[in-house]
Each structure stands twice: as C-alpha cells, then as structure tokens.
Design a protein around this ligand. Structure first.
Ligand SMILES: Cc1ncc(COP(=O)(O)O)c(C=O)c1O
Length: 436
C-alpha cells in the first residue's frame, strides 16, 4: 500500500500548490497565468498523442484534428507576429533557441551576446545551447548604466572581430536592445541577427515595444508563457527566404525535438485568441504597472535601478537590495510572506555574487493579468516596505489582498463574466471574437 500513500502525497502537494499560489503575489518575471478556459482544454486525448512533421505531412496516422488546430494557430500567429514563417513546435524558449543556434552557429564561430550580469540568458552562454556549438562567445559592450548595449562600441568591435552571429534579448530586460541601429551593420558584415524575445513577446505583439523583425532582425525566438500569456512552449518567427527557413525547419524537427506536446499546443491556441482580442490593452497596462510599482518602491526608500531612464520600458523592474541583506535574503523573506520573486545579478555585480547578488528582479505581468492596476502596485510596494524595511510579518495581509484578484483578466473567462453581468447574451468564443 506504500504506493497509494505516495500517490496521495503527490496529490496533496499539487492541491497545496494550487491553493497557496492563488494566495500569493507572484512577481516572477518569467511566469504568467493562463485563463481557466485555456487551462481546462489541457488533459484531453491530445496529451497521449504524437504528430511529428507538419500539418498534412505527418509521419503518423490519426492526426487529422491536430492538423487543423496547428494549421489554424500558425495562420493566426503569423498575422499577430507579422511574419512570413512561424514554427510553433518548439516545446520551450530554450528549445526554440537551440533549434536556431544549431543551424546558424558552426564550430569556432564568434557569437556576440548579452553578458550574464548584463542580463543574458544561460542558453546564450558557455554552459547552455550556444556553448554546445562554439566556445568563442563575446559580450556586448554596455553603456555606463549597464542596462543598454553601447551601439558605437559594438560597431567598433564588429569592425575588428569577425562575428558570425549576434544574439540580442535577455532575462533581466528593462530596455529593448537596439535592433534598428545594429541590423544594417549585421547585413553589411553578413552577421545573422537573432532576437531572443522570450521575455517580451507579449509586449511586442501587444505593440508597446518595437517589432524586432520589422527593425531588421533575421529571426525571432521566444517563449509563449512570460509576457505572452500562453502555455509553456516556444516559437520561432522569421521573414527570411524559403531556403534559409528550411534550415530552421530541420532545426526544430528532427534536430531539437521529435513529438511537440500537442496538449499544450491546443492550450496555446486558446490563449493566442485571447491575446489577439486583448493583448494590446493588457500590454499597455503592464507597462503602466511596472513604472507605477517602481515609483511607489522608490518613494518608500527602495533603490530602484535605472531611475534616470524612467525605470523600465518592459514588464520588469530591478531593485538594488545590497544594503537590505542582498537578493538572496530579501527574496527568501518575501517568499515567507507570500510575495514571490527572484534574486538577480545586477549589471555591475561580479559573477561570484551569483548566490547572493545585489538585486531582485520584479515582473508585473501576472498580477496585471489578475486585474491589478496602478493603485494595487502602490499597495504591493507598501507591503514590501513593511516586510523588508520594517521587519513586519505581512503574509496574512497578502492572502487577504489576493482574495480580491482571482479572475484572469484579458481573457474569455473575464469577458464571459462581464457578459453574464447583464450585457448581451453572447455564448460562444466566436461571438466574443466577432464583437471585439
Ligand atoms: C532570454 C531568455 N531566453 C530563453 C529563455 C528560456 O525560455 P524557456 O524557459 O521557455 O525555455 C529564458 C527564460 O527565462 C530567457 O529569459
């Protein structure tokens, strides 16, 4: 009977997670919340199935229905992301990166990326995907503030060093990288410009950030579950020639995955329709909330980074907490008080500070999705101040506060609630899309 106890233990832990995380203020910048409608479609028969290849050209039988779903999602996402080619098969942002890096980086090629303390992602570095193909990885020069690529210095560097691939985008990402400024140089020098939009896909599609493909990036890779509020997957988009795209196609399958997890793909379809209807107003509110939280924290004595640049142009803000115990200590104390975020290296931190860096990184996208606005950002700043600066236990206050924010906004769940609250009697998804 031991195995029954084990099963029950797992079930209890999942149940506890579901209850607990609904009571927390989640400020992890790489996460988001799916609507009930998108979540509930998971667990269908598709969670058992395989469908290698493309719709209509599979290596398996029994795929007619996923073929239609995948063809539809590709068509709609191509128009949302404004691109000629899209691959929706990578099962995460890292797999999307690997599918592309494996095709564009040859042994000993020189690749330029954002440094780790400058916010770069591990998949761009020695121990991640890029490191599987080359050890010649150099970092972008940054401006004095540490949050911007120094365009002039980068152009000087590119004149001297034969860089083959440029990877923009990062994980601590307050200000977008300068695609428009560097794309012409890449074209002149034959450098492949890959933009990793894992964090900011929802802000690009929501039109609050410039579109890197329009500005000249050759390829855009991303996760679908950070500022884009879908299931946990990846995408690759491009406007390149058909023959170049054929290389990426092989990179996605068979080079970096076989089956592509159909269960989460169908959920991504639902979330994408929600994004098509609501993405722009969601993205505008995300930016307002990020700046509002930065100002409210600053007002209460926190050292919020990049004040001279109005703190942020994305969903993220960074706070220097080195005088408050450091990122490790502060993030643990907040966790014990039901506020969840992560410690983060800041641009001027030495790499050996990785286990207790100076900073914390805060993302407001998930709480925005639960309907929070500027007023709620001020309440969060106050809770953080009383917790970290005054040493008070505020965990129960967080639970009480979060009770009011349980419905996922910018979603069909929320539309439906609004509608049944007295507006027209709309019943189906297509009715809602038509009205939008
Ligand atoms: C810039 C960047 N690229 C790629 C990834 C990896 O994405 P995923 O977790 O979907 O594999 C992340 C994750 O946070 C990221 O920040």
């Amino acid at each position: 009977m031991q195995y029954i106890r084990n099963v029950e233990r797992i079930e209890r832990l999942v149940d506890k997670q579901n209850r607990w995380r609904n009571e927390t203020i989640n400020l992890i910048a790489s996460e988001n919340a799916m609507s009930k409608r998108a979540r509930e479609i998971m667990g269908s028969d598709f969670c058992h199935r395989y469908a290698e290849g493309h719709p209509g050209e599979r290596y398996y039988q029994g795929t007619e229905l996923i073929d239609e779903i995948e063809a539809r999602i590709k068509q709609h996402l191509k128009s949302l992301f404004n691109c000629k080619h899209i691959d929706v098969r990578p099962i995460s942002g890292t797999i999307a990166n690997d599918a592309v890096f494996s095709r564009f980086i040859d042994c000993n090629d020189i690749v330029i990326v954002n440094s780790t303390s400058g916010g770069g992602h591990i998949s761009h570095h020695k121990h991640g995907s890029v490191g599987k193909y080359t050890s010649n990885i150099i970092n972008f020069p940054l401006t004095e503030d540490g949050y911007h690529i120094d365009v002039k210095e980068t152009i000087n560097l590119l004149d001297k060093i034969p860089v083959k691939v440029m990877i923009m985008g990062k994980s601590l990402y307050l200000f977008p990288d300068p695609v428009k400024e560097l794309a012409p140089v890449c074209n002149e020098l034959g450098i492949a410009l890959i933009y990793d939009a894992a964090h900011v896909l929802g802000l690009i599609a929501g039109k609050v950030l410039r579109d890197p493909l329009k500005d000249g990036a050759h390829i855009l890779n991303a996760s679908t579950h950070k500022t884009f509020f879908g299931s946990q997957r990846g995408v690759i988009c491009s406007n390149m020639s058909n023959s170049d795209w054929a290389k990426i196609d092989k990179g996605a399958f068979p080079a970096s995955s076989s089956n592509h997890h159909l269960d989460t793909l169908v959920a991504l379809a639902i979330s994408s329709y929600e994004f098509i209807v609501h993405g722009e107003s969601y993205a505008r509110q995300v930016i307002k909330n990020a700046r509002a939280l930065a100002k409210s924290l600053e007002k209460r004595g926190f050292k919020v980074e990049a004040k001279e640049f109005n703190y942020t142009e994305t969903h993220q803000i960074a706070v220097d907490v080195s005088e408050l115990g450091g990122g490790d200590e502060v993030s643990r104390v907040l966790n014990d008080n039901n506020i969840i975020l992560n410690m983060n290296l800041l641009p001027h931190d030495p790499l050996d500070k990785v286990t207790n860096p100076s900073g914390i990184r805060i993302g407001v996208q998930e709480m925005t999705r639960f309907g929070m606005k500027e007023k709620e950002m001020d309440i969060i700043a106050d809770l953080m101040k009383r917790c970290i600066m005054d040493g008070k236990y505020i965990g129960n206050e967080v639970i009480d506060f979060r009770k009011k924010y349980q419905i996922v906004h910018y979603s069909f769940d929320h539309d439906y609630l609004e509608l049944v609250n007295g507006k027209e009697g709309i019943k189906t998804l297509s009715d809602i899309i038509e009205k939008a």
